[in-house]
Design a protein. Structure first.
Lengths: 91, 277
């Protein structure tokens, strides 16, 4: 289920370098400007890929974790950990 | 009347730009050869105008306002905004072709299609990686045809075929002499930001290629409609190839090259269509 405000946060970070810099310095303050639920706020602060992945477009998710500075290899590994057993052959 | 002088397709992916200098030389050389051959054929076709069919990677549109199809009808468009693109393709402005863009828009509306329009689009890596690598003349006017390939629901494959035929009709009904080429970008299979990220579905890619070579629309549409939900999300960009295919007249294509490119996370494909008269 798409979460509009998490998507909006990720979209804004992609478009606004100053906001992205501010986000790196104080994530909680920036998150506070969006109507984001407490459990999702926690997931953002903890870089919880598993919780965030179903909420946003996959391309925005990738960009967001680039902004967060997560190495792509780690991002991919965290995504692969979400695969159901029948999908594992596609890894 | 304008003439369709060439129809091509090529993959794209941010890593192609970001890691071009650092990827293994053999891999870079093979990617370069595919792009170079399209560039050679495009130049030989002596186009006055290039229609580029591409997705928008959340650069122009968001889920608050997301067109299925948008035609760029401006005299000018913005170059790529991504920092990794500015290093390799540092063009802040790209020339548009307002007259053909408007003609395509009007032809669409007259044909019961209702695309969005934009007088100024930002042309992201989906458009500009192929332009960069094929060495396009930076003064060649571009008419962008942006297709929603990223966020479901997306245009169905039958509609993409219809868009291709409409594009061909717009070219042939344009009242001025103009040599028009088409470039579809994206695909083949890839998987981005989802649990299968990095998966390149070679079986899907090879079957796609077979159907494009065969050229038969019904079988192509049936295959893609069945297969797209079962492969990686990046494969949805095949819509841009489908539009190019139908614009060329569905007479089959010549595969220039295909190979899985795990270095860039895409099934890398390069193709040139046979044109129907």
């Amino acid at each position: 289920m798409t979460d509009y405000w998490v998507s909006k946060l990720f979209f804004d970070l992609q478009h606004d370098g100053k906001l992205a810099a501010e986000y790196r310095a104080d994530m909680a303050a920036v998150i506070g400007r969006y109507e984001i639920r407490p459990d999702i706020r926690k997931a953002l602060l903890e870089d919880d890929v598993a919780t965030l992945a179903p909420l946003v477009n996959a391309y925005l998710l990738r960009f967001y974790f680039q902004i967060r500075g997560m190495p792509e290899s780690e991002f991919i590994a965290r995504l692969h950990a979400l695969q159901k057993p029948k999908e594992s052959a596609h890894g | 009347m304008a003439d369709l002088v060439g129809v091509f397709a090529a993959s794209h992916g941010p890593i192609i730009a970001r890691d071009w200098e650092t990827m293994p030389a053999g891999h870079r050389n093979r990617l370069a050869a595919g792009f170079d051959e399209i560039g050679r054929r495009l130049k030989a076709s002596r186009p006055d105008l290039l229609v580029v069919i591409s997705p928008d990677h959340w650069v122009n549109f968001f889920i608050s306002n997301l067109p299925a199809v948008c035609i760029g009808i401006g005299d000018e468009h913005d170059g790529p905004p991504e920092p990794f693109m500015k290093k390799v393709f540092p063009h802040e402005r790209l020339k548009g072709h307002a007259a053909f863009g408007r003609h395509l828009l009007q032809t669409a509306l007259d044909g019961d299609f209702e695309p969005a329009l934009s007088h100024r689009l930002k042309l992201d890596h989906g458009t500009c990686i192929p332009l960069w690598r094929i060495g396009v003349d930076i003064h060649l006017p571009i008419v962008p045809l942006i297709v929603n390939d990223l966020e479901e629901p997306m245009p169905n494959i039958r509609r993409c075929l219809a868009w291709g035929r409409l594009l061909r009709h717009a070219i042939e009904s344009y009242p001025e002499p103009l040599r028009v080429a088409i470039l579809g970008t994206g695909g083949l299979s890839h998987s981005i930001g989802e649990p299968t990220m990095g998966w390149i579905d070679e079986e899907f890619d090879q079957t796609c290629i077979k159907h494009f070579e065969d050229g038969e629309d019904t079988r192509l549409a049936a295959f893609l409609t069945q297969a797209l939900p079962r492969t990686g999300n990046g494969a949805h960009e095949i819509r841009d190839w489908v539009i190019a295919h139908a614009a060329a007249g569905s007479k089959g294509f010549e595969l220039i090259d295909y190979f899985p490119s795990p270095e860039t996370l895409v099934g890398a494909g390069f193709a040139s269509w046979r044109l129907s008269s």
